[in-house]
Ligand binder design. Structure first.
Ligand code: NAD
Length: 590
């Protein structure tokens, strides 16, 4: 009997490692022998790029293989432990025991989180000097997840001093190759821990676990990309007009960088900045959003495991109450050389003005109001897939969310029918539930904003096609409205929720004028099979990034950023290094 169990377990493990168990029904977990409902991602996610930032399941499997990590992705995807869900009371229902090795643990036992409410400063886990803490909640259940240190300016000064002290050695005492090796190791560790880091992200932010794990792998991708880019920060030698002079231009790290990041991508928005800054030789202080401090702390822990020297990468958490003080200090102190911010345009403007007193480099990745244009010739299946990626991912809480959807009147109804069918597939709920495709909004206030925008649009003549209701806690149904017009708030406001707001148009010049009628210009999308039209429209759209027949364009290799009030600078791609370097001209006479 023992032999049989061993043989069975061994065969099963080999199948899991080989990724061959995808379509099989396995009835018991080989690790703890509890029953499993099925193995593999739900069918609706199987070839879906929503969950993996452009990576489908087989691409992610190859990435695990390349990184030498164990292949438990499929196995764990569908193993959800019901008593971990902590559903709101009115929703509680009895479920059968299903196994997971990861959801069983409570947050305190996660290897990537500190033991207790601590920030990461100068290579050490430290409480706030005041001893104060603040609560971190699960947006789905509203349960208290944990407490984090409520840092104040005194703590920020310690972190800035640590970063300042560490800067010289990191920038001048290490080579680009050595920095790259640490970043590469960091990427590998994150990849190995993606399930755990993904679960933390889901619990603090709410997005479905596959999507959260996609974000964690996306973060690893930035560290990997800039591990290579570190060695390609080239200078220039310009021929001199005099025979005895040489003109060298070298690029230097800008110095100590303060990073202030949002809750909607609690891991990737840090990774996108920090990877480039660290590769260039800068030292870093991260101030994450108070809603989602845990993914930032998990990055700190993994940086230490990767061998990051003390003081080079610091994370300070703070409550909503203390964040304006800390941010102001980071912007105004002469010990910080650059402020890199991702968040709303409103706060970006504030930080820009606060940084003016020290003429700091300020990098801003701000809000959007993306136009999404479906022309008459569009492949409608592609357009609907693009709409779902660009609108429903993250429950519509992404800066590149399709905010204003313009559909040519001749194909409007056909597109709408297909879209309704896709939206009907969505399952809203707890991100840790394997059936969930759309998690909650970040909090009740976010739901109220969505309700206000919807209400205003309906009062002014929009037509509700489906959805429109808050379900459990902060969850909001994916909603389609048509007949949207310019006099509605929803046409001008970043919705940041799962409302698909459709306007119709009948000519290219008119739709371009309407698409560009915005003070922000981050992302834009167009769906067309007319090549001349694609070229005409991409040249004329006033945005920093355009998806042509593509709803999910973010990737580590490309430059992310906007025009107008969507920001200053670019992150990711070869351009991302520019934010954290400055030119120095050296004139040599001989
Ligand atoms: P937010 O501006 O409210 O917060 C972002 C960060 O700023 C957080 O760390 C927050 O704690 C801090 N902050 C908030 N108020 C502050 C104040 N008064 N002084 C100093 N710091 C303050 O934005 P959010 O709600 O966290 O994120 C959503 C916004 O971020 C959306 O507008 C979205 O489009 C934008 N965003 C942009 C990008 C991009 O790459 N362009 C990416 C993600 C999110």
């Amino acid at each position: 009997m023992k032999r049989f169990i061993l043989l069975f377990g061994f065969t099963l493990a080999i199948k899991c490692f080989a990724g061959e168990a995808k379509d099989e029904q396995i009835h018991n977990c080989p690790f703890c022998m509890l029953p499993i409902d099925n193995v593999g991602p739900p069918k609706h996610l199987e070839n879906d790029t929503i969950s993996g930032f452009g990576m489908n399941v087989s691409q992610r499997r190859s990435m695990f293989k390349a990184m030498g990590a164990h292949r438990f992705f499929q196995h764990h995807h569908s193993h959800i432990h019901p008593h971990q869900h902590q559903q709101p009371h009115h929703q509680k229902k009895k479920r059968s025991m299903i196994c997971t090795r990861f959801s069983c643990r409570n947050l305190a036992s996660f290897s990537v989180l500190p033991k207790g409410a601590q920030s990461y400063v100068n290579g050490k886990w430290v409480p706030a000097a005041s001893g104060k803490i603040f609560d971190v909640y699960n947006p789905y259940s509203n349960e208290l997840l944990t407490k984090a240190p409520d840092c104040e300016v005194t703590d920020a000064k310690q972190a800035v001093k640590a970063a300042r002290d560490a800067f010289e050695h990191w920038s001048l005492g290490t080579t680009a190759k050595q920095r790259g090796a640490i970043l590469q190791k960091w990427a590998q560790i994150i990849t190995e821990k993606e399930k755990e880091m993904g679960e933390i992200l889901t619990k603090e932010m709410g997005k479905p676990w596959p999507e959260a794990r996609g974000e964690v792998l996306f973060s690893a991708g930035y560290f990997e990309w800039y591990a290579g880019e570190a060695r390609r920060i080239y200078g220039q030698i310009v021929p001199s007009a005099s025979p005895n002079r040489e003109h060298f231009h070298i690029r230097e790290p800008i110095g100590v960088v303060a990073m202030i990041t949002p809750w909607n991508f609690p891991s990737a928005m840090i990774a996108r900045k920090a990877s480039a800054a660290l590769a260039a030789g800068c030292s870093v202080i991260v101030k994450p959003a108070h809603e989602t401090p845990l993914s930032a702390l998990a990055l700190a822990q993994t940086s230490e495991e990767a061998g990051m020297p003390a003081g080079v990468f610091n994370v300070l958490t703070t409550s909503a109450e203390n964040l304006p003080g800390i941010s102001r200090y980071l912007c105004e102190t002469t010990d910080v050389d650059c402020v890199s911010f991702t968040g709303s345009t409103r706060v970006g403007k504030l930080l820009l003005s606060q940084s003016a007193s020290t003429v700091k480099r300020v990098c801003l990745e701000l809000g959007g109001n993306a136009p999404f244009i479906v022309f008459e010739s569009a492949d409608l299946d592609l357009a609907v897939k693009g709409t779902m990626s660009a609108k429903v991912r993250g429950s519509g809480q992404t800066c590149v969310s399709a905010n204003r959807i313009f559909v040519h009147e001749k194909i409007h109804d056909k597109y709408l029918d297909k879209l309704k069918a896709a939206v009907a597939q969505q399952v809203v709920g707890d991100g840790m539930d394997s059936k969930t495709t759309q998690g909650p909004l970040i909090n009740g206030k976010a739901v109220e904003k969505v309700e206000f925008l919807l209400d205003d649009a309906l009062k002014k003549g929009a037509h509700l096609v489906c959805g429109g209701k808050r379900t459990a806690a902060s969850c909001f149904q994916p909603t389609i409205i048509t007949n949207v017009s310019n006099n509605m708030e929803i046409a001008h406001t970043e919705i940041f929720g799962p409302i698909i707001a459709i306007q119709s148009f009948n000519n290219e010049a008119d739709v371009l004028r309407r698409a560009n009628d915005s003070r922000v210009g981050l992302a834009g999308y167009l769906f067309s099979q007319n090549m001349a039209q694609i070229h005409r429209v991409t040249r004329r759209m006033q945005v920093g990034m355009i998806g042509v027949n593509e709803g999910l364009m973010s990737c580590v290799e490309a430059a992310f950023g906007g025009v107008k009030e969507s920001g200053l600078g670019r992150e990711g791609g070869p351009q991302g290094i520019d934010e954290f370097t400055q030119w120095k001209y050296i004139c040599v006479q001989h």
